[in-house]
Structure formats: structure tokens, C-alpha cells
Design a protein around this ligand. Sequence first.
Ligand code: F0G
Length: 467
Amino acid sequence: MPSRRCCRILDLSRNHNDSTVSSTASTTIARLRCIACGATPDSAGQDFRCANCGDLLEFFFPEWTFDPAALKALWVDRKTSRRSLDQSGVWRFRELLPHIPEEHAITLREGNTPLYQLPRCARIAGLDMLHAKHQGMNPTASFKDTGMTFAASSAHHNGFRWVACASTGNTSASMAAYAARGHMHSLVLIPEGKISWGKLSQALDHGALTCQLRTDFDGCVRILNELVRQKPVYLLNSVNPYRIEGQKTAAIELLEQLGWEPPDHIIVPGGNLGNSSAIGKALLEMRELKLIARLPKLSIIQAQGANPFYRSVREFHGTKLEPMSADTMATAIRIGSPASWKKALRVLQATGGEVEQVTEVEIAAAKAEIGADGVGCEPASAVTLAGLKKLTQRGFVKPGESVVLILTGHLLKDPDFTVKFHRGDLFAGTKDENEARQTQSLQRAPVVLEADLGAVIGALDTAERNS
Ligand code: F0G
């Protein structure tokens, strides 16, 4: 397999010296550090793990000093710019990211996602007000695009022909799109039969070499880790610290949308735990830079059938994580051995957040409730509302507090789940069939009628009486 470059991956150079920035930014350097042993290598290997101890690497910025007011003003100014980098909701915040030369930036104008109020969901959760930042409104309809624009650009910068990931579906969809935009080839490893057709169709359409392996996500990760040691392919899973840096911007954009007034709580779904790590890293960095005065509590919610992090925190106080065989209909977070659990634990503890687990029926109900607020999301995103209900019941979240849910994927990512739910088929024949009866009032099955005006008027009248 021809490659332009394969061994030294990371180019650690000076931060952006944009002429518009010079009054705002000091020149700073992005460095790598191992999260466990603290080693600070100049470059990372193909697997992005510490050469000393094998743990994950992260970026840090030892010389960071910014004028917070000037930085905020600069980011607002860029909103009216016609430069593609400025129009991206990721690259707009490039002062807080490692440097990648502009000619290598691959952008689909990701980020820029809306912050919605969810009034019905707020009432259901017992809150005065509730917001959702909808990362499913990204170009490939999931939060992965914010990390992918940055990490795919790093692959391009380093001359790779091939990029690769193991995925439960969204990473592969995003990677395939960004690779295609950057004229790179992409290799996708997905668990056979365990990802939604919507996500698979995206990878196919964007030209990825898509391998459906007869294993689960964790099995795909194992094979990919071996592969990158033997072949010159660039790893685009969230162990790649460039992914985390790009995903940080969701939190920066959120705080900007809130006028830099931090909410009391941010709630995220937990799968491989890259997203929670990224959002938490951004919060800590924003406080360090005095962009915000206090930290929101970052809480992480897992599906009960895929809850290794929940168990790590609750049973072992974060001292260890026991991998498990994961199972949930929220296939995006069907992960038994999350790579970034130590990073997530650190931000959970630093922000004073909580962990929760939610059942399959609770996920399905919460998804329908978010849908009924006119927003909608995929099942994995709905764990946030399901978990929030538990956090309010426990008194961890108080009625008057401000809460933001991070919705990670679009409703149309997994239409099968939604249609089955509304037809009442989702739990048929499963152990959850009885518990699922509680969700009947949320179901809106389609009605089949003769092509007859009277029949339609009858259906309308019935619906009006029941509303
Ligand atoms: N929500 C959605 C919609 C996801 O696709 C994922 C992860 C998560 C939440 C969990 O985020 O892994 O950063 O904790 N999807 C990955 C994938 C694993 O391959 O698409 P995380």
C-alpha cells in the first residue's frame, strides 16, 4: 500500500499566527502528554498511545495566555467572515486548538449547531427550563463531525492516503465524508448487524471500504489497533487526541450561545467516552483562561446494558474499569470497553458531575418525549433526558437549576427504532415487554385507511377527542 508518510504523525508547531489574532493571542505551543505517566513525547505513534506505559495521550498548551474579552470578540467577528475556516463552528475557535495549516483543513462547515428549549421535557423532568444542544445538526448528522474535521485534517497534513476507524456507525459516517472531501481513502470496521442502516448507508455513499466484522465494537477496535501497527493507515477513533480537540468546540460554542454564563449542569451520553472527555476538557480550559467564571457539573449517562463506566464509578470509585459484553438497542453506545474512561473520570471528578444508567424502556420513552418537543434525536442521545429524570428524582439536579442536554445524533439516523417504537413492536417478545406498556401513551402508530374523505375526517375527530 503506497503511503506518503507513515511513522511520525504529529507535527507540533506554533499556534495560529493569524493577522487578525495577533492582538489577542500570544504564540503558544501545543504539546502532547500521557494522561497516566505524564511523559511528554514530541510525536505519537500510529496507535496514539504512550510509548512508555501504553495509556492515552492528550494535548496541553503550556504557554497559553489570552485576553478573554478580545478572544470572545474575535470569535464573534468571524461569524460574518466569508472564509471557510471562519464559517466552521470548529475552526472559528482555532486559538484553543493545536495548529494545522489552513491548506490542510477539511471542513464541511461543521458545528454551528442550535441550542433549543425543550419545554415539555422540562416539565416531565421537573425543571423550570431545559435546553438541548443538538449536535445531530452537524453535516453528517452527529457530533462526530466536530472532531472529524480536525483529525481528518491532521491526517491530510501528515500525508496519509488511508484513514480508518472502528465504529458503531456515526464515526464511520463522519470519517467517510471527511476522507472523501480530503481525497483520502477510508476503511471502516463495524460490527455486523449491529449498526443502523442510515449510518451504514452514509459510509457506503461516501466511498468507504466498509468491513462488517462478525464481532462487536470492542472486537473491531482490537483488530484496528493491530492493523495500524502494520499498515500506514491513520487512526481516526477518539483515542486520537485531535478528535478530542475538535470536539471541545461544542462546549465553547455552547458557552458562547449562553452569553458565557455557565449552566449548572451539562448532561452527555457515555459510550467510548471521548465526547464527555472533550467537553470536560473544554470546560476546564475555558475556566483556566477566564472565559467562564465557574464550572458546570458534567454528568454522564449510560445504557444499563452497556454500563462499564457507571459500574466503575459506583462500584470501584473509579479505581478500575471492568470491560463487559455490552447490549443495548441504542447501538451507538453499545460499547463494553470504553477507551477514554480515565479521561472521562477525570472531568467527572473535576466538575463534580454524576453518573447514571437507564433502561431500554426509559431510553425509548425519553426519545419519544424529545421527539414530541419537535426536536428529535437518535436513541443514544435520549439517554440524557432519561438520566436527567433520575438525577432530578435523586435531588442532584434542582428544579430551578439550568441544564443542557447534549443530543449527539439526528432522529433520522435510526428510523427503524422509531417506527418500531410507535408501532408498538420495539419490545415485542423481549424481557422488557411488560415494562414497555407504560410507554403506550407516547406511541403514535400510523393508521391505514381507505382512500376516503370520511375515513380521514373520522381519524381527525378521534385524534382531537384524545388530544
Ligand atoms: N451518541 C451517539 C449518537 C454516538 O454515536 C456515540 C458514539 C455516543 C453518543 C457516545 O459518544 O463514544 O464519545 O462516549 N459513537 C461512536 C461511533 C462510538 O463509532 O460512532 P462517546
